[in-house]
Design a protein around this ligand. Structure first.
Ligand code: NAD
Length: 323
């Protein structure tokens, strides 16, 4: 089907699919590492879904996993009650919403009243802008970034942080519960993105602190296990230590035990800290560790850590320490 200037009649607000209440059919745009398995879980739960991606290989992979795909974004969106996006950045999202090169965007091609559900990780300001643009032309908007990574996307155990009006949150909650195990309503538009970057600011800074402590312990003759046994049961306790421990041994499931295969890749931590940095700057917070953590992970990603787990930062600290 070609691009449509005129929107179709909106779908019924709520239909039943299996045992899960669904707000009509879903257009799923962005079938990459995260979006691909998330879409599969929705299909498995009985949702009617049409997928689209700008990369043909992603479409092929989605089709081989049982997802119906469209040739264009406009085809996917035609007749959909929900447009779910899982894209690399806010620029990708705004370009898709508004259209580029004179082509109409999704906001124009979708039927009035469509619920735009964005699960990408983007700037808080971009999320608010995207929601305002959607609502200005009669649509509904929700931001719902995730944590849990590809493993969580495949297992349907993601955490969703949601920014939405209460009625829109209730509309998308059953769908999100198919793809995730935890769905938190954080506030109105942009609040989901705000929660995500605040959490990852804590995570980035705490991973650096835990890693510096382990390298210091090494210099002082402490075994990794001794430091872990003390700090994990004391005031140094945190997720970066007890779940994603940056040294092999104390937590057998942490990426350090498999040469820092992610996990949560350094490139994604660098991206999320850049989003946090943008928000720190635009809000005028007197932060010192956040900007430094952003710089540290930028360097880590640029110097070979992009595809390694973010806990691999400890090897960087060790390598750069006096011997
Ligand atoms: P990805 O690059 O694998 O997938 C994004 C997909 O979007 C690609 O296949 C790309 O071709 C497609 N795309 C780009 N523009 C498009 C458009 N206009 N229409 C349709 N498709 C388009 O990225 P990912 O790892 O799946 O991450 C997606 C989002 O989720 C990012 O914002 C990322 O920060 C966030 N995230 C990722 C992880 C992770 O572990 N990978 C964890 C949490 C959050």
């Amino acid at each position: 089907m070609s691009d449509k200037a005129q929107p179709e009649t909106p779908q019924p607000a709520t239909v039943q699919s299996g045992t899960v209440p669904v707000p009509g059919t879903i257009a799923f745009l962005g079938l990459g590492h995260m979006g691909g398995p998330m879409a599969v879980n929705l299909v498995k739960a009985g949702y009617t879904l049409t997928g689209f991606d700008v990369v043909p290989a992603a479409l092929d992979s989605a089709r081989s996993n049982g997802i119906t795909t469209a040739d264009t974004a406009a085809d996917a969106v035609a007749g959909a009650a929900v447009v779910l996006t899982m894209l690399p950045s806010g620029k990708h999202l705004l370009d898709a919403y508004l259209g580029t090169g004179g082509a109409p965007g999704l906001l124009q091609t979708a039927a009035t009243g469509t619920l735009f559900l964005d699960c990408s990780t983007i700037n808080v300001d971009e999320a608010r802008e995207a929601a305002a643009l959607a609502r200005a032309v009669g649509h509904r908007a929700v931001d719902a970034p995730v944590s849990g990574g590809v493993v969580g996307a495949e297992a349907g155990t993601l955490t969703f942080m949601v920014g939405a009006l209460p009625e829109d949150f209730e509309a998308v909650k059953p769908m999100l519960e198919v793809m995730g195990k935890r769905v938190v309503h954080c506030g109105e538009h942009g609040a989901g993105q705000a929660a995500k970057i605040c959490n990852n600011l804590i995570l980035g800074v705490s991973m650096i602190a835990v890693s510096e402590a382990f390298v210091l312990g090494e210099k002082l003759g402490l075994t990794h296990q001794a430091l872990f046994d003390v700090a994990s049961a004391a005031s140094g306790q945190c997720w970066a230590l007890t779940t994603n421990c940056p040294v092999p041994g104390p937590v057998p499931t942490s990426p350090a035990n498999r040469d820092y295969t992610p996990g949560f890749a350094g490139a994604l931590m660098a991206k999320d800290l850049k989003l946090a940095l943008n928000a720190l700057e635009s809000t005028g917070v007197a932060a010192r560790l956040g900007p430094l953590a952003s710089e540290i992970y930028d360097t880590f990603a640029a110097e070979g850590g992009a595809g390694r787990d973010f806990s691999g930062i400890i090897t960087d600290i060790r390598d750069k320490s006096a011997h």
